[in-house]
Design a protein around this ligand. Structure first.
Ligand SMILES: [Zn+2]
Length: 344
């Protein structure tokens, strides 16, 4: 097993990894905003924000320049550890409208702890040459950020590749030419249903560097245990927000369930503070409450994995059970197991 626990020192505090960075939507249409959670969930003093999106919202940006803080804007505790990604996801379709230097300055203005370098995600629909060009651009942007960075924050190079060799070569090149505290693997969301591919790419990264490894965008209920098993140190997720928008109730160890199909139930199958206080009829109507429950579900999934490790349980047996309910993810886990066994 490649699972590992480490501590990550950041300007706003120490984080025990592996850890989830919930995506914080702030200042968008109010229904898309992430509700406050750092007071409620003690092991989730983390957040991921989109630097480009915040930079583009003039009124919010001016408030920040005038002395308000990003943690204050989020209603989060002052020692929340913030991972500011560049917002590169928007560059999948849009032209790059910024520079590595400008994003780095904005990330520092946000007082973020972890800075993700500007990147251009790949698409399977692109021609190979276009994807190749994007990979080179992301590498150049990362090195430019490394040249300009001299702060206390941690700098994570965003890495892309649709085959293991490209991922390996990229990380080696960045390691030899830049100065990074970790690597963040991207472009996996578009291929997320191809579990075996994702597993090969993640393992390629994990095999190439001992530094912190973050995986962008795949921190949902199904991927989380797989990524933990592969030794990923952190991940981020919007799954709890998206699921709530679709009135999906996440169940740790299982998956999502549309609440509209559940009627006439006295007690919910979860003992998080939300489910203790909120009857099903209310939860169905209260998107914020459902979002919070879903975040608890992701947290409990991670706690459960940690518990199994700490209790000395055989993790492969646990994951055999964890994935047995779904043929597709069970196959994915079997593939991961084979690849990991070859690796260790
Ligand atoms: Zn709950």
């Amino acid at each position: 097993m490649l699972y590992r626990q480490q501590t990550l020192e950041t300007p706003h505090g120490t984080v025990e990894t592996p850890v989830l960075f919930p995506v914080r939507n702030i200042g968008k249409r109010s229904t898309d905003n992430t509700p406050q959670y750092t007071d409620a969930v003690p092991d989730l003093q983390t957040a991921m924000v989109n630097t480009r999106a915040i930079r583009q919202r003039e009124s919010q940006w001016h408030r920040l320049l005038d002395g308000s803080t990003i943690r204050g804007e989020m209603g989060a505790s002052p020692d929340t550890v913030v991972f500011a990604d560049s917002g590169g996801y928007g560059f999948q379709t849009d032209e790059v409208d910024t520079t590595p230097e400008r994003i780095l300055e904005a990330q520092q203005e946000l007082d973020a702890d972890i800075l993700g370098t500007v990147d251009r995600p790949l698409s399977r629909n692109n021609r190979d040459a276009e994807n190749q060009h994007r990979i080179s651009e992301s590498t150049e942007y990362a090195l430019a950020a490394s040249d300009h960075h001299d702060g206390e924050e941690l700098l994570f190079a965003s890495v892309h590749g649709l085959d293991p060799e490209t991922v390996r070569n990229n990380i080696n090149y960045l390691e030899n030419h830049g100065d990074f505290d970790g690597y963040a693997l991207g472009s996996l969301v578009p291929v997320r249903t191809d579990y075996e591919k994702v597993i090969r790419l993640v393992l390629a990264a994990r095999r190439t560097t001992e530094k912190h490894l973050h995986v962008y965008g795949l921190g949902g209920l199904v991927y989380q245990p797989l990524l933990l098993y592969l030794g990923v140190d952190s991940f981020d997720s919007t799954a709890f927000i998206r699921s709530a928008a679709n009135r999906n109730y996440l169940i740790p160890g299982f998956g999502g369930q549309e609440l509209s199909t559940v009627t006439d139930l006295a007690y919910l199958p979860c003992s998080c503070p939300v489910c203790c206080d909120t009857p099903l009829s209310e939860l169905r109507e209260d998107r914020d409450a459902l979002t919070k429950h879903n975040l608890w579900a992701l947290t409990i999934e991670l706690r459960r994995f940690r518990y199994m490790v700490t209790a000395g349980k055989d993790i492969e047996t646990y994951l055999d059970l964890r994935f047995q309910g779904n043929e597709v993810t069970q196959r994915a886990y079997q593939a991961a197991k084979q690849q990991v066994r070859r690796f260790v």
